[in-house]
Design a protein around this ligand. Structure first.
Ligand code: CMP
Length: 139
């Protein structure tokens, strides 16, 4: 069963558009850092204001990002939870599962080593985080 779980995580990791251009070996290595998480409808995955140590990749399903002024739906292939990891600041929004979701969870340490090894990915994450913060600041 453990082997099957690993195979599945590798498959799900390979399907993430963020990693599309990486080699098979690299994707396999990244998938070993990922913890699969199955979320149920309504489950609160991130609470605004808390300290955060994980980033989440959506393999299937959708979540809703909620602040006082913003409500954004994220789906398959999207990432969330990256802002706290990049800035060291508390979580900037609540994130709730909209339906059943397959998520892949990465720790702060692994997120850092992953992005340090891949400048393009690092830049992509930084740009996305900046855009999201900008959107929340002006909403
Ligand atoms: P973080 O602040 O760690 O935890 C909440 C997450 O919600 C945040 O990281 C982003 O990944 C996500 N998020 C916050 N604001 C937005 C937004 N305006 N659009 C999309 N995602 C957001």
């Amino acid at each position: 069963p453990q082997l099957d779980m690993g195979m599945r995580t590798e498959e799900l990791t390979a399907q993430l558009p963020l990693f599309r251009d990486l080699s098979e070996d690299r994707i396999r290595a990244i998938s070993r850092l990922m913890r699969p998480l199955f979320a149920v409808p309504g489950e609160l995955l991130i609470r605004k204001g808390e300290r955060g140590d994980t980033a989440y990749f959506i393999s299937s399903g959708a979540v809703e990002v909620i602040t006082e002024h913003v409500r954004v739906r994220l789906g398959r292939g999207d990432v969330f939870g990256e802002i706290a990891l990049l800035t060291g600041q508390p979580r900037t929004a609540d994130v709730r599962a909209l339906g059943y979701c397959n998520l892949l969870v990465l720790s702060r340490t692994d997120f850092r080593s992953l992005t340090d090894k891949d400048p393009t990915l690092k830049q992509h994450m930084a740009t996305m985080a900046a855009q999201r913060r900008q959107m929340n600041a002006t909403a």
